[in-house]
Design a protein around this ligand. Structure first.
Ligand SMILES: [Zn+2]
Ligand SMILES: [Zn+2]
Ligand SMILES: [Zn+2]
Length: 58
């Protein structure tokens, strides 16, 4: 039996980021939700989101 918890988790709007974000704590920009400032800024400074295993920003 599988129990699926319906959380409001969504994926970061950054194209290369696969992190899930909680709308309650996500950074919102232009109506989209990002996991961190770096993603929200489109990695303008080349920084990744810092999550291990996520290669976005590089
Ligand atoms: Zn990421
Ligand atoms: Zn992200
Ligand atoms: Zn990103």
């Amino acid at each position: 039996m599988t129990t699926q918890t319906l959380t409001e988790s969504i994926t970061c709007a950054c194209g290369k980021c696969s992190c899930t974000v909680d709308p309650a704590t996500a950074i919102e920009k232009g109506g989209q939700y990002y996991c961190c400032e770096a993603c929200a800024n489109g990695h303008a400074d080349g920084k990744g989101c810092g999550k291990s295993g996520c290669g976005c920003g590089s």
